[in-house]
Design a protein around this ligand. Structure first.
Ligand code: TYD
Ligand code: MG
Length: 454
């Protein structure tokens, strides 16, 4: 067979015609290697050996086999209503966030129901896995575990064990001898995923691939797999906080905006059925700068606390720091407050925090941000029962947002009865029992009503 010389980047798998000191695709130095690849002779391409004829769309039989439930409602919901057979799901997230814990718990409940499951660990020894299993109370004859790094042997196990769900923890720790690069490199990870997908598609099983997000921009991690798999879930959270959010960012079998909320406890992850209560559980009373706003994650409204701290003045321009909020959005809101309300904030340090590590980045939190900044700047307390939401435009107008009724009902359910929001939204929503609506259409109206009843 004929061969040709190619130059391949070890980091990002880019293919070049000549050697270079620095990869033009990923910018890595000294990562280009010379490789000899086989050239398939013209007229005898690999595909031509097994050409598949196209068929009319109405003749395709469609398998309606029911989904597999993991038994964890939060996970099932994010998956779009359970696991689809023959699908491959990538679970990405920072090391230590709880991916192995989540999947071991899910497999644990499935195996307790009698489902055959296989957990392949490329990172941990059997002893380490057993310690975690004991902690999680997972024990079952139909829960098979193997510590293995070699792809070929893992594929053989996937074929022969007949497990209905397989977890490969993690894709980066598995490698194939047929690929000439180190484990965790882009070409290895891609090959591992492609080979697993091929087997799963021809089976009755589903497979979870775990992928660590690497600190340096996730290049060798899950990003390269996202377009190959059916579903991509990210497990997020702040190590300093106990709760974790599972988010679908791609799902061929369901909505991508669903989230699942979990709390990491001593005995594994517990599902948080009522996230709003959870996020607001430690809200301080009588604190200026604190405001409750309503986010919508997928189909769920979630109430969260946003805190601002305006301190100063300091010499020169003030610093701005955002946690869980969007710095650009804050800059925009500060400019609008200065211009439309005349508060001079330029020489003040401003810190904005979405409490508990929640991500408050949708435009509907704008009015909440404005309210918390004003509250901290004036050092006056917003009445505890207030919930404030709405988008703010550049001229200070308060714009309506989507899913207003869901936000209002969630607030009313938890006793947040004083609801400040866009006039257009509040005019078209029904009053929940006991709620008081304060509609506004420009932030100019905010200072007068914000502290009412304080
Ligand atoms: P792990 O699932 O190993 O994370 P990942 O697979 O994403 O790297 O979880 C690691 C952290 O979770 C570790 O710091 C210990 C903590 N943990 C608990 O707090 N409770 C538990 O029951 C378990 C199993 C882990
Ligand atoms: Mg792990």
């Amino acid at each position: 067979m004929k061969t040709e010389v190619v130059f391949v980047c070890r980091e990002c798998d880019a293919r070049l015609l000549k050697w270079m000191g620095r990869c033009p695709q990923c910018g890595q130095w000294n990562s280009i290697e010379e490789k000899v690849s086989q050239v398939i002779p013209k007229g005898r391409s690999r595909q031509s050996e097994n050409v598949v004829a196209p068929i009319p769309i109405d003749q395709i039989s469609h398998d309606r086999s029911p989904r597999l439930f993991t038994g964890m409602d939060e996970l099932d919901r994010v998956l779009g209503g359970g696991l689809v057979r023959r699908s491959v799901i990538l679970v990405g997230g920072d090391p230590g966030i709880g991916k192995s814990t989540l999947l071991m718990q899910a497999l644990g409940t499935m195996s307790a129901r009698g489902e055959n499951v296989l957990y392949v660990s490329g990172e941990e020894s059997l002893e380490q896995i057993k310690i975690r299993a004991d902690r999680l109370g997972v024990s079952s004859k139909s829960f098979l575990v193997v510590a293995e790094n070699e792809l070929e042997r893992i594929l053989e196990l996937m074929r022969t064990t007949g497990a209905s769900v397989v977890v490969l923890d993690s894709a980066q720790s598995v490698s194939s001898q047929s690929v000439d690069s180190h484990p965790g490199s882009v070409s290895q990870v891609r090959h591992v995923a492609a080979a697993s997908i091929e087997i799963i598609k021809r089976s009755q099983s589903a497979c979870f691939l775990v992928g660590h997000v690497t600190k340096d921009g996730a290049l060798a991690g899950p990003k390269v797999l996202e377009h190959m798999v059916d579903t991509v879930l990210y497990f997020e959270g702040d190590r300093g906080h106990p709760y974790r959010i599972l988010r679908a960012v791609k799902n061929r079998f369901g909505s991508v905006s669903e989230i699942g909320v979990f709390e990491m406890t001593d005995a594994g992850l517990s599902e948080v059925v009522n996230p709003s209560e959870f996020f607001l559980s430690e809200r301080p009373e009588g604190a200026s700068g604190s405001v409750v706003t309503a986010l919508v994650e997928g189909s769920r409204p979630i109430l969260a606390e946003v805190q601002a701290l305006v301190s100063g003045p300091t010499p020169g321009s003030g610093r701005r720091t955002c946690l869980g909020t969007d710095p650009q959005r804050l800059a925009l809101m500060l400019a609008v407050i200065e211009k439309k309300l005349g508060f001079l904030l330029n020489d003040h340090d401003i810190f904005l925090n979405a409490v508990g590590g929640v991500r408050a980045t949708e435009p509907a939190v704008d009015l909440g941000i404005v309210a918390s900044v004003i509250s901290s700047f004036c050092d006056r307390v917003i009445p505890f029962s207030s919930m404030i939401f709405g988008e703010v435009g550049l001229s200070g107008e308060v714009r309506p947002v989507a899913k207003a009724a869901a936000r209002i009902n969630e607030a009313a359910r938890l006793g947040y009865s004083r609801i400040v929001g866009p006039k257009k939204n509040l005019d078209s929503c029904a009053f929940p029992e006991g709620a008081k609506f304060i509609p506004i259409s420009h932030i100019r109206e905010l200072p007068a009503i914000l502290f009412e009843g304080e």
